[in-house]
Design a protein around this ligand. Structure first.
Ligand SMILES: C[S@@+](CC[C@H](N)C(=O)[O-])C[C@H]1O[C@@H](n2cnc3c(N)ncnc32)[C@H](O)[C@@H]1O
Length: 295
């Protein structure tokens, strides 16, 4: 049964100090973006963003295990007709801090906000920056495999002789493929573009993650009983998903209203587990908890 999440109310710059070094397997978080949502939970100016974030990323570097991964969801907005560069500046400064910038995933928002501008199109994606402490980190790629797709049925029906050997690209790129390697495969690795719709009805938070987003990274970078941290917890999506996937979870939130809401959710979850334990045999209650976790 997953442990009850560890929740902290306060500024993560301070609260992170309570977490032991090298203890976290995965950090998945979305901090306030620069100059956005100032009316709801305060905003950090574009100019001061890197300076504000660096002490936090330094603490994250300390608490992450050497084999762990940090996924940072962030997107720069347009200021006076130009994309701001603070995310790029942040990446450069984090590298100086000791982080490796290992990958960038794109979250394609299948249902992006409608709108029309004279000089740009609708914003349909956000960055998910991956940082690590080492080049070797835990990654369970098989956990996120996707169905191979209908194309394979036709393409693999009649293989040519070239399809059966490694066919090197004619342009000298060094790339090549052996089409017959796909024979008999039902699933393949996904790309680094993740197609997920935003969830407008997700709780009382204006910027809550769709549940599938943390779920995908938790599958990819952790196993059961590993520990997941979200230092900007908001409505607690990451923590809730991690908990239901039998991972330990730690959340930090600065606003008491969000923090209390997450605390309430877990208190009632724990209460229902206690009732289940009282009314069922141990085996039955484990089964029910598992079913609950899979919902
Ligand atoms: C973009 S939201 C995160 C939403 C979250 N991913 C969810 O699914 O609900 C950022 C959250 O960070 C909180 N926050 C802002 N500054 C913080 C700080 N210094 N320490 C901890 N939390 C902070 C805000 O109150 C807000 O709830």
């Amino acid at each position: 049964m997953p442990l009850r999440p560890e929740l902290y109310l306060g500024d993560c710059r301070e609260e992170l100090r309570k977490i032991p070094s090298d203890s976290i397997d995965l950090i998945v978080t979305s901090p306030p973006y620069a100059d956005q949502r100032q009316t709801t939970y305060g905003g950090v100016s574009v100019d001061g963003y890197v300076e504000w974030f660096l002490p936090i990323s330094e603490e994250l570097l300390r608490v992450l295990k050497p084999t762990g991964t940090f996924i940072l969801n962030i997107k720069e907005k347009v200021v006076e007709g130009e994309r701001s560069t603070y995310v790029m500046e942040l990446i450069l400064e984090m590298r100086k801090q000791g982080w490796l910038w290992t990958e960038e995933f794109i979250w394609h928002k299948k249902n992006c906000v409608p709108g029309k501008w004279p000089n740009r199109f609708r914003d349909a994606w956000e960055r998910l920056l991956q940082f690590n402490k080492n080049k070797k980190f835990h990654m369970y790629q098989d956990a996120v495999k996707v169905p191979i797709g209908n194309w394979a049925k036709d393409r693999l029906k009649n293989l040519s002789e070239t399809d059966k050997i490694r066919d090197n690209a004619k342009n000298g790129s060094g790339f090549g493929k052996n089409v017959s390697n796909w024979l008999g495969k039902e699933t393949v690795y996904p790309t680094n573009v993740i197609h997920i719709a935003t969830e407008c009805n997700n709780k009382n938070h204006s910027a809550a993650f769709p549940r599938e987003l943390p779920e995908w990274f938790i599958k990819l970078f952790t196993r059961e009983n590993d520990t997941v941290l979200d230092p900007f917890m908001g409505s607690g999506t990451t923590i809730d998903v991690a908990n239901r996937m039998n991972r330990n979870s730690i959340g930090i939130e600065i606003l008491p209203s969000y923090y209390e809401e997450v605390e309430r959710q877990f208190a009632s979850l724990q209460q229902s587990e206690v009732s289940l334990n009282e009314s069922s045999s141990e085996h039955e209650s484990v089964e029910l908890t598992r079913r609950y976790a899979l919902r």
